[in-house]
Design a protein around this ligand. Sequence first.
Ligand SMILES: NC(=O)C1=CN([C@@H]2O[C@H](COP(=O)(O)OP(=O)(O)OC[C@H]3O[C@@H](n4cnc5c(N)ncnc54)[C@H](O)[C@@H]3O)[C@@H](O)[C@H]2O)[C@@H](O)CC1
Ligand SMILES: Nc1ncnc2c1ncn2[C@@H]1O[C@H](COP(=O)(O)OP(=O)(O)O)[C@@H](O)[C@H]1O
Ligand SMILES: [K+]
Length: 524
Amino acid sequence: MPGLTDHTRYTSMQNSGINHYDLLLATAAQSREIDRLTIEELGLPGETLMEIAGSRAADLLKEKLIPGDSVLFVCGKGNNAGDAFVIARLLTDYGIHAAIYPVMGTDGFSDDAQKNYDRLLKLAGISGKKIAVWQDWQDPSGFDLIVDGIFGTGIDKEVRQPVSDIIGKMNRSGIPVCALDIPSGIHCDTGRTLGTAVRAETTIQFGLNKLGCYLGDGPDCAGTRVLASLPFPNRYKHSVSVRLAEMNREATEALLHTPPSRRSHKYNNGVVHVIGGSPGLTGAPAYTARAAWTLGLGAVSLIHPAGWQTAATLETPSIIRYPAGGDTDHHFTPDHIEQVLNTLREKPGVAVIGPGIGRNEGTMAFCREIIRRSEGPLVIDADALRCLAGAGALLKERSEKGPVVLTPHPGELKALTDTGSGDDSDRLRAAISYSESTGATVLAKGNPVIVHSAEEKKTILTPYDSTIFARAGFGDILAGNLAAFLSRTSQPSRGSEAALVYGYHKWNEIVSRGKPFPEPSDFT
Ligand SMILES: NC(=O)C1=CN([C@@H]2O[C@H](COP(=O)(O)OP(=O)(O)OC[C@H]3O[C@@H](n4cnc5c(N)ncnc54)[C@H](O)[C@@H]3O)[C@@H](O)[C@H]2O)[C@@H](O)CC1
Ligand SMILES: Nc1ncnc2c1ncn2[C@@H]1O[C@H](COP(=O)(O)OP(=O)(O)O)[C@@H](O)[C@H]1O
Ligand SMILES: [K+]
């Protein structure tokens, strides 16, 4: 068999006909509760769900396997093993040579796993097909695929011997692994490795995407992620509040063509003001302003300390400059507050504060006052985020006046929220709790990017590798793009999602034009 190396089918399955529910990312408890409701309230037996899950997965695998191929099923004792037994039965009937390795023995299977183990052996009996049941690990060379049915969402402690040893052998075998639901050893809620974890080429998730396949070690261990649908009523999925960003380019760009609305509030939506700059950091606010301008706004202004005027590399004459203070002012200080607030009031729009602004003490005091006294949509980026340490109350008050989006990278998020180790799961928790306590939307940069809007009670994760943007200047571009999108929508999470998705498609467009490593200036 050719192996599961051709990912196009999986990828296209993931991208085609996406509906909102296919983007949800569930925790283990949410998965269990949705299972429970479907079984107990709707009355669809768990055994039926397992049959559907197994048959969806078998159909996917049949596209990659031909009769005569050999598949090793490595199984635990829970329902994840039950799924594997269903697949083994269906593939055996299709002409695959199956071997089963129950790594923890054959006693104590869950009820549904036991039923399907018995059915598998019965099928072998009635059809005269031989199914090898391994007692110990054997040399797997000669197998075309290993199916990982050891642990699914039910893992609750570190993987120990002998299972950890077997996982190591699976990983070193060189044979492609297809994980069922989640790679065994990955925690469903955090993506953390519980001692050791399967490294799969493909992961077939059942019913709902699993949060752990998108956080921490999850993406590396899961490989290509596929969703096989189960008949869980959508009504039961409403408890899941985390989802993937919708990578729809057309819808994203259409938002840019939404005319500045004269909706509820008085702000002119076609205007962005960028407040930033300090010695040595003149490029950052220029990038931000240009990134906003290229998205078709009515007006973009750059408000900067007057002292660095001559050093600025702006190159876009349409961007209006507002030098603050006099020629000897190289940093923003509290002396500039009234002048800057007057500029913001003259032409209401979206303000971005922070690119290249520096961390000088006077500048921090300036930032706090601008944040406190400005009105309307506000993006707080880069060093301006540092002025918020211990100023949650200020932010809370400000968020009541208009949407505020913070764009911390992991270091800034840590400083803001005092989180622990700072892995993805910590970032997720920190972004949600800081947003909830302050009312601001948090766009936590990193891989994945995590957006949480307290106002909309939504959390969004990027589904692509965002490390492509880990080059100096892309944070500034994102801040400008974000401000432009916020000028077109009153929903901060929608504006944030759109800015991220826009950047991703723009990146691919530049790469497809023959430039392998796009740079920030390509976005302006
Ligand atoms: N019930 C349902 O409606 C469905 C469940 N499905 C499958 O069921 C899976 C969840 O099944 P389960 O809840 O039975 O859990 P798992 O199959 O993930 O396995 C949990 C079992 O392993 C044991 N265990 C957990 N951590 C361990 C460790 N570190 N070392 C040794 N043993 C450990 C537990 O005590 C339990 O017996 C899903 O991931 C999915 O694959 C699917 O069949 C779809 C439908
Ligand atoms: N379109 C995008 N999609 C996903 N992530 C993005 C995008 N644009 C920027 N980023 C994130 O922003 C980070 C860069 O911002 P930052 O670390 O503040 O750097 P800088 O200030 O040097 O520009 C990237 O590592 C990435 O996490
Ligand atoms: K698994």
